[in-house]
Write a protein that binds this ligand. Sequence first.
Ligand SMILES: *Cc1c(COP(=O)(O)O)cnc(C)c1O
Length: 408
Amino acid sequence: MTLEEAQALDAADPLRHARDRFRLPDGTIYLDGNSLGALPAATPARLVQTVEHQWGEDLIASWTRHGWIDAPRRVAAKLAPLLGADVDELLIAESTSVCLFKLLAAAVQAQPGRSTILSQEGNFPTDLYVAQGLTELLPHIRLRTVPAGEIESAIDEDTAVVMLTQVDYRSAARLDLASINAAARARGTLTLWDLSHSAGAIEIDLKRDGCDLAVGCGYKYLNGGPGAPAFLFAAGHLQGRLRSPLPGWMAHAEPFAFEPAFRPAEGIAQFLTGTPSILAIAALEAGLDSFAGIPMSAIEAKAAALSQRFIEEVEARCGSEVQLASPREPSRRGSHVSFAHPAGYAVIQALIERGVVGDFRAPDLMRFGFAPLYNGFVDVLRAAETMAEILRDGSWDQPRFRERSRVT
Ligand SMILES: *Cc1c(COP(=O)(O)O)cnc(C)c1O
């Protein structure tokens, strides 16, 4: 692909106007939106408004006057169309890890007589740690992990819940929601999906595909800002069977009755815990507003086109120096691409110094995320060219590029 061809693809891109909804530093090609989404242009003013006008002037009256008390539900409603969920099946809350704990514990408790949490080997560490923590709390429960290809056959009468991540954070390999959900349902097993690397990047239809439970991250493709609140989903038909393991006062049927005994709110609100972080939710809302008017089908189509072009351009220029570590078929991937290189960490640092921001995942993966709202084909071309240059001239091979920082 030549620069002219890349520019022509950008000019013909139906999502090209969405780039203006973000602020990115000049000269930076940002391919790490799968780790921390870019800053939406509307976020600074939204935060100033929330802090200065709402908090600063209306003080505590803002809980009612500005609808703070409903923020976890109201902002969840903006997320619902991105996930194919009903508004009363979704909640904004805490972090992915905490939401996962709440739903995993609820799923296990809803399945008396079953003792296995089934997951995938190499699942995202926090997911496995949360499950391990739960097995220490509930000694009759065990965690079993199997390779991706064995998940469906490993579901049996003892499996309480299958806990999986839809898009693998390293390889971007995508699991088939509908097929795994059907296999689980046939054996009376619940499914709990982590959508952290898929929400906002690919088309998801939780309802159509029969998902029981799900969680996901607010600060990746949803652009909610560092440490943004996460989301949790519980299918409507299941909600009556579930009990939250962390029923704080916000989950009470009448929080301001201040009753000594817990009475759960109806529906999804029972999964609230404490007071929501209003400033963080305001930033997440601005992140979700950057999707306004854009169907997820268009976002997924662009994600596939960008990532496919990137694979082609890198392979054409770098040959066998790098190995594709992601599925080649776009429908089997999320919106990031990983290439393996023995000095991957140093190569990524050298790329960052030249303005191409990807990241590194141990042991040897260079990871590049394509956020369809703000990345384009010129970004793809420049990133591939810069990687080829760095590998050709060996400029990555310097001690300063090998020094590991705490966050990779
Ligand atoms: C990013 C990510 C998380 C993050 O969890 P936090 O609680 O927000 O730190 C969890 N699971 C997966 C699969 C992720 O990719």
